[in-house]
Ligand binder design. Sequence first.
Ligand code: ZN
Ligand code: ZN
Length: 285
Amino acid sequence: MFDYHIHPNYSIDAEGTIEEFCEVALSKGLREIAFTTHLDTDNKGDDCFVNVKGKKVSTRSSLWLEDYEASIRSADEKYKDLGLRVRFGVEVDYISEIDGALPENFYSTEFDIILGSMHLIDHIAISATGRAEAAFKNYSMEELGRKYYTLLIEAVESGLFDIVAHIDLYRRFGQEFYGDGIREVWKLHISDLANAMRRFNVGFEINTSPLRRGQEQPMPEAAIINELHDQGVSIVTVGSDAHQPQDVGADITTAFLLLKEAGFSNISVFERRKAVDQEIPNHIV
Ligand SMILES: [Zn+2]
Ligand SMILES: [Zn+2]
């Protein structure tokens, strides 16, 4: 099993050290995991920090990336002989003003994988309880869909990312705000998105965190997974978006089943930002 979206306690909203996550992954029989701490970029928000050894450090500072990489590389050294590979990744908030919003050493850092996320509409986190509505109230459902997907396509075309995280994130709180119609807005934009993903060699992830929040579908939901397959997007990862060790590997089996139903036979793992195909296991743990 694989889990390619994990937040250790470098992320200010996560708990558990890198080693604690690795121990749980090992005990659950995972073969490969990627840590993807948040790299918030919007300095109008108050989330642009990481925790480094108990200190709050600005994400724009070059100080933390080396420490974060070293912790992951040493975990990989320790755990690879035990059967667990540990990859070095990051989840970057895409904003139009991203140039200059990343730490200086971001571009020279040899990540294994970079996730690109659209968490923000007008500087408001649409992924956060109690905040999303402040963004939604300024847009009709159609306008919100256009705004979100336009920015997401811009993110893909920036060339910064390997994987688009949780494609239909707006659904988390948007479904209650707008109603079920929000589940259809992707249809107008999916061809443009898939086209950009193919051109820029960008994949997507199946993010299983909604299944732990009582929702029936992961992000993106099955209809979008099927459509991306049919439109020739071939790079796909699976991730729990765990923010605490016990959630590592959660519902990855469900993600595999949805991928197989959509026609995928492989998932991708990453090393130094190169995707390598792995067959989706038949005997799913
Ligand atoms: Zn995210
Ligand atoms: Zn995440």
